[in-house]
Design a protein around this ligand. Sequence first.
Ligand SMILES: [Cu+2]
Length: 292
Amino acid sequence: MRLSNSFLSLVTAALAVMTASRAATEEFLPDLPVLGAPEPGGMALQRPVTALHHEVVFLDNLLNWIIFPITIFVTALLIWVIVFHNRRANPEPARFTHNTPLEVAWTVIPALILVFIAIFTFPALRHQQIMPEADVTIKVTGLQWYWDYEYVDHGVQFSQFMLERDQLADFGYSDDLYLLATDTAMVVPVNRDIVLQVTAGDVIHSWTIPAFGVKQDGIPGRLAELWFNAEEEGIYFGQCSELCGINHAYMPITVKVVSDEEYIAWLERQGADFANLPDWMEETRIQLAASN
Ligand SMILES: [Cu+2]
């Protein structure tokens, strides 16, 4: 018992040292607004900041317009049956068993509704699942219970741990972001196509940012992809979405969306390798060097 306690305190101390050194790498980023976080009492989807999530919100509204009338119609039918066709109200029930026009109607109408829904869902699914040419490629690995990030073109690698309540202020987060804020952030440029390769190192985890409308299981031994293009600079939070063990609730995700210039400056501070730069980064780097 004593041994496991001292081991735990050793691990905690080691983590504290690691997080302290990471704090330094974040402090040069601009003050960003928190745009992607749950709200107290919130019921709707988070405000969309990607084309994918705009589409998801549209689908959600469309489905509600279909689902609510159907629910009301079926409930009304049930009430009608309960009131007018119970044993007392209707002692002599009709004995027929088939009604062809009715049976055709209740087969064809639901089929048409499903086809109508499919017309909108299939393109949305296609947009999510077909990867664009990546401006930035990042490999994300879910681990019990933190995330590892690798900027594959630049040799930048770091882990992401949840912040304890007393660490929040040191990292510039307010108290209500406890259980969401992390020591490091995945930093990406605004209005660029980001492709994530999602995997896991032990059990299945799931990476998501609700405001982006993306979610992908990370499965050990497999590399799955997701992509997004964030329209607004800010801070966005997500949480592991696949039950992955006792600390599943304590491995949140932080993404910071910044300008091209901030992104490249951040990469430079991470000691990035800039050997093979895509055109957009080369141009921004030349502009940055000229302005310095
Ligand atoms: Cu997990």
